[in-house]
Design a protein around this ligand. Sequence first.
Ligand SMILES: *Cc1c(COP(=O)(O)O)cnc(C)c1O
Length: 378
Amino acid sequence: MRIPFNRPSMAGNELRYVTEAFGNGHVSGDGEFTRRCHVLLEELFGVEKVLLTTSCTSALDLSALLLGVGPGDEVILPSFTFVSTANAFVLRGARPVFVDVRPDTLNLDEEQIERSLSPRTKVIVPVHYAGVACEMDRIREIARSAEAFVVEDNAHGLFGRYKGRALGTFGAFAAQSFHETKNISCGEGGALLINDRAFIERAEILREKGTDRSRFFRGQVDKYTWVDVGSSYLPSDLLAAVLLAQLEAREAIQARRRAIWEAYRGALEDWAVTVSARLPIVPDHCDQPYHLFYLLMPDRRARDAFIGHLKARGIGAVFHYLPLHLSPMGQRSGGRPGDCPVTEDVSDRLVRLPLFNDMTAGELEHVIAEVKTFREAD
Ligand SMILES: *Cc1c(COP(=O)(O)O)cnc(C)c1O
């Protein structure tokens, strides 16, 4: 039996909706399915405005553009994240300032933000790792006193909550991902969540090549023209059709992921002690969306041996982020070894187990059984 780390699957109505999109005679951006995704996501998040984008990366790009990030600005973000969290702001000329993560949740360590602030700090970007919330009360308080914006990289956190409130609703903007590896997917896709009404109109313009085409479609102007900078950030309605089908199946998807996650935790608790591994920590005030199941092995040697052990048995277990501050680009921004010791440590020790929406009971049992045959001496 071969079990990949991730396997994309259809949840139900994807092909029917794609066919309908062709029937509508509109498969470019901002068609009927895009509109329906917007309405559904605005309802689910309770936010002012949602705009589908071609990726989470492009939603982050839009955030940086909308906030007028530029040369001389600094952006605070964790080193333990995907490159796009940094790139969106670096692309505009800002300097990334990497802050370490907490050893428990692997989220931006809120108590280390203040010492990285400067008069140039423009944005703070929390990343909710595995969809477990960052300490948003403290982060928002720090941002307020520093007069910095908060942009949530919520790529992992769709349906996650912090003290009962949906992730994605805490910053000026949040960026969602519907990439193949995320809980809800259309292959490549994303969304920008806008929590501040003042940004809505300009967001629509920047997303539509700097034109007021959205106003034109609403009948507010009688022709559309070039009014601002911008690019093309809107996905095809075919992708929105796929996305809508997945979003409508969210309860079944989330229930299945929860069952897999809980099964891993229940079955591996005792084994983990025997190999000095630790399981994910989810604080009581965080509702997680079951995006990842990871293990922290005692050291890099054990982690690599464990990945090799599973690979030899046809199971795709994978490590995760390499510290951004030590990447060639990170070092060009001043990153040095030792800057973020927790990030450097957990990056070496973390491994993620297969977890995907149509994982069968047999596959799950098989992974658990093979994991348990790993002993520290291997
Ligand atoms: C997946 C991911 C992204 C990028 O998402 P895309 O939709 O592929 O652009 C950004 N940040 C984090 C934390 C991610 O996990």
